[in-house]
Design a protein around this ligand. Structure first.
Ligand code: HEC
Ligand code: HEC
Length: 250
């Protein structure tokens, strides 16, 4: 029950009007970082910075945040379990680092974009991003994903991927396709969807599919919701998935 309330609040947040920080107005780095954090990071590390250990580590009270270079690399390149954010530039990363180093229980110094640019070492330009609407997976991949979905996800998320479980006695779950799903996830990358889903789903047995199977299911979630397939399959590689942004419509 508690979980559902949190989920509803999360949804309300995601569709809230854009903040000054998101519009690139000149706000102080801490506020700007807070906006970026809520859009990109709070899904896993929570608004409170408490995360949900051991799946997603807490950032509040985390000693690793002393190390600005490490924060920069984690954000830009990701880790095995955290998605990379190739669309965030040096100023974004410095605002984020300033925020997470000073929010909650943390009390480290602010970080300038010059410091971040040094760590990025000439790679401060942001990477090319594409949209899920650019034909990022294939019909064949979606068909494989459909079979996996039926076996591993459909019981809870429903045959129509709308969150209405096939068994009427079971609680409803979030939809995994179409407008409402795409709106909730808008602005996030497929790497975030992949890393989050792999770490937490199936809820009864997280991480029980292979990486290939998780991207196959994602292909099905997209095409079942009307997103067109293309020529190339989605690959189970965080760097390439991070370049594909979820958008509600073309
Ligand atoms: C899909 C979930 C997810 C999202 C979204 C996410 N993280 Fe993480 N983050 C993780 C996981 C999992 C780890 C642990 C990484 C590991 O051990 O490989 C982590 C680790 C970290 C760490 C500690 C890294 C270290 O040095 O070990 C920092 C700092 C961090 N995240 C910041 C962020 C920021 C800032 C954002 C938003 C730009 C973000 N994370 C978005 C899942 C996520
Ligand atoms: C045992 C039931 C169950 C199974 C099986 C299951 N899920 Fe879930 N799923 C849930 C519940 C409950 C939530 C909501 C969790 C929360 O908000 O903390 C959820 C949330 C999600 C979310 C986040 C959606 C959002 O917008 O918040 C995704 C993505 C997801 N599931 C994907 C999958 C995939 C893919 C599979 C199959 C590999 C799967 N789930 C299998 C119960 C399940």
């Amino acid at each position: 029950m508690v979980k559902m309330v949190v989920n509803i609040l999360g949804l309300a947040f995601v569709i809230a009007p854009t903040t000054a920080a998101q519009q690139g107005l000149s706000t102080a780095p801490f506020e700007r970082g807070q906006g970026l954090y809520q859009e990109n990071c709070a899904l896993c590390h929570q608004d409170s910075g408490a995360g949900s250990p051991p799946t997603f580590p807490a950032l509040s009270g985390n000693d690793l945040l002393r190390n600005t270079a490490r924060i920069t690399r984690s954000i830009r390149q990701g880790t095995n379990r955290m998605p990379p954010f190739p669309g965030l530039n040096a100023e974004d990363i410095s605002s984020l680092a300033t925020y997470i180093r000073n929010a909650w229980a943390n009390n480290y110094s602010n970080v300038t974009s010059e410091e971040i640019a040094v760590v990025l070492g000439g790679a401060e330009k942001i990477g090319q991003l594409i949209s899920v609407w650019d034909g990022v997976s294939t019909e064949a991949q979606a068909a494989r994903g459909q079979a996996l979905y039926a076996g591993s996800c459909g019981l809870c998320h429903g045959r129509r991927l709308n969150g209405a479980p096939d068994d009427p006695d079971m609680v409803s779950t979030p939809p995994l396709a179409r407008a409402r799903f795409l709106r909730v996830w808008a602005g996030r990358s497929l790497a975030t969807l992949f890393a989050y889903t792999r770490a937490t789903m199936p809820e009864s047995n997280p991480s029980s599919l292979t990486d290939q199977e998780y991207v196959d299911v994602m292909s099905y979630m997209l095409t079942a919701g009307g997103v067109p397939a293309g020529e190339d399959e989605l690959r189970p590689d965080l760097q390439s998935l991070a370049r594909v942004v979820i958008q509600p419509q073309r």
